[in-house]
Design a protein around this ligand. Structure first.
Ligand SMILES: Cc1ncc(COP(=O)(O)O)c(C=O)c1O
Length: 498
């Protein structure tokens, strides 16, 4: 590992796909009936205050929780304290935190040096004024220092908005219409990007309710890690409006849940050049997590536009932005009354002093503490330990990581791929396999609940982010908890479809 990057070795994508394929062809493994009873009893007895408050929340908040990936089986847990590698709930239970707020807190939760700076700023100018603050320049320069290809940076309110903005810039710059994304990838929840979510080839079948077809009529989906299919799509698009941009998650869809070959991003770059479209690298997760230079630094590939989110505001709200080459990013210039044909973007609270300053301070701390490398080593230690447990109990689970992004696939619920099928055919297997997918989802919920009952918070039971706060002791303590869960896992005989 060099230059502060957190990925010690790039794991072969084909080997991981082969393991995932094997996993999905096996019976489902989950915790035993006895353990499930114990887990449910644990929540009833030890999480009473969480249950009470989240039951009341259901009357006022749709579904009772406001995060899609919030733990909610058997009921959501109410967190009251966060520090370093740990979280505490309202009932006083302590958890090892591998959710990391979904990725932004690579320095660990509520990191004191950044918190102190944020409080100083709030005490002097408050969180927002609507006018320029020096922190905006500090952040843009800090990003440029670490990612030299990000010559300019426009801060926005979220990753979702930033993807919308980048696509607008690409269409404005190329005068072409179509956007190619990779099946299964997540680029936020804008109308045009809620297409092919989670399962490659699923197109509009899964989550596009409430979105008119015309909104995603110019979005195309290609199979993960498949440059041939990408080139075919680019060729076809020449005859139907042209391709404005290709957008990718650089470590693979869903933060590497579907991994890519090391050379994949370089291949995308070449194809974008060949077909005259922009290459948008979505670094919402990888920006300042894979390394201070982002995935683009790690892969040594120069995108035209880079999407930021999460860590860019240091774990504080309003995390988003678009950066990249001057010729493109300047196409989002702000100000009243400009006559240029710009891509219009906005946001009352975007680039507020608090978010900009917290982001600036956090990136400085990440560099100073070598956080990406340390978090990556923690990820390696966690994966080695988990693999040891998988072997010890002869489980079919698949474990791998891209540094501090750790994947623990227990059911392979995310491993389906319908990209090869045409629209008419793809609907049929989707519908046929729906009960299977549901069954796997429930198995994931059960495993997630078992981890939680043993004091480990994960992202949907299958992803774990590590941070600077994850010392060897933290990881080893967590592995003991995983051991307690894994020793109860067996072939699942419950009828999970009910
Ligand atoms: C790769 C990627 N892009 C975009 C987004 C959307 O960002 P936000 O949640 O800030 O809208 C996410 C969120 O998880 C993401 O992982």
């Amino acid at each position: 590992m060099a230059n502060g990057y957190g990925i010690s070795n790039w794991q072969d994508a084909k080997t991981i796909y082969a393991k995932l394929h094997k996993l999905t062809s096996m019976p489902i493994y989950s915790i035993s009936d006895d353990e499930l009873d114990r887990v449910l009893k644990h929540f009833d007895e030890n999480c009473k205050q969480s249950k009470e408050i989240t039951t009341e929340a259901k009357q006022y908040i749709p579904g009772g929780v406001q995060h899609n990936l919030a733990f909610n089986y058997p009921f959501p847990i109410c967190i009251t304290k966060a520090e370093g590698a740990y979280l505490w709930d309202k009932d006083g239970n302590k958890y090892t935190d591998f959710l990391q707020a979904g990725g932004p807190t690579i320095l660990g939760s509520n990191y004191e040096p950044v918190r102190k700076k944020a409080i100083e700023l709030i005490e002097t100018c408050g969180p927002v004024t609507g006018l320029f603050h020096e922190a905006e320049l500090l952040l843009a320069k800090e990003i440029n220092k670490n990612m030299p290809n990000v010559e300019m940076f426009r801060m926005l309110g979220s990753g979702t908005e930033s993807v919308m903005a980048a696509i607008r810039v690409a269409r404005n710059a190329t005068k072409a219409k179509r956007v190619i994304k990779v099946g299964g990838a997540y680029h936020g929840w804008s109308d045009q990007m809620v297409y092919g979510l989670k399962i490659p080839g699923s197109r509009f079948f899964l989550e596009s309710h409430g979105i008119p077809r015309s909104c995603y009529g110019t979005t195309d989906e290609v199979r993960p890690n498949d440059l041939n299919m990408l080139e075919s799509m680019l060729k076809i698009n020449k005859f139907r409006g042209g391709t404005a941009c290709v957008i990718v998650e650089p470590v693979g869809p869903e933060s590497g849940t579907r991994p890519v070959d090391f050379d994949y991003n370089a291949g995308v770059r070449k194809l974008c050049d060949k077909y005259g479209c922009l290459f948008i690298m979505d670094e919402v997760v990888t920006g300042f997590r894979v390394g201070p230079g982002g995935a683009q630094g790690y892969f040594n590939v120069v995108p035209d536009l880079t999407i930021f989110g999460k860590i860019v505001a240091g774990g504080y709200p309003s995390a988003g932005g678009v950066g990249g080459k001057k010729e493109f990013v300047s196409g989002m210039a702000a100000g009243v009354g400009t006559m240029m044909k710009r891509a219009y973007v906005g946001g009352t609270l975007a680039a507020n002093p608090l978010s900009a300053y917290a982001g600036y301070c956090a990136i400085q701390e990440i560099v100073k503490t070598n956080a990406c490398e340390k978090a990556g080593l923690a990820g390696d230690r966690l994966v080695a330990g988990l693999q040891g447990l998988v072997d010890k109990y002869a489980l079919p689970f698949v474990v791998y990581n891209q540094g501090s992004i750790v994947h623990l696939e227990c059911s392979g619920a995310m491993s389906y791929d319908f990209s090869s099928l045409n629209i008419a055919k793809s609907a049929i297997p989707m519908l046929k396999t729906k009960p299977e997918m549901l069954r796997r989802k429930v198995a994931m919920e059960e495993m997630g609940a078992a981890y939680m009952a043993h004091g480990i918070v994960t992202l949907a039971g299958s992803r774990l982010y590590t941070s600077l706060a994850d010392t060897d002791e933290v990881i080893d303590e967590a592995l003991n908890k995983f051991d307690d869960v894994f020793k109860t896992v067996t072939v699942c005989k419950r009828n999970l479809d009910k």
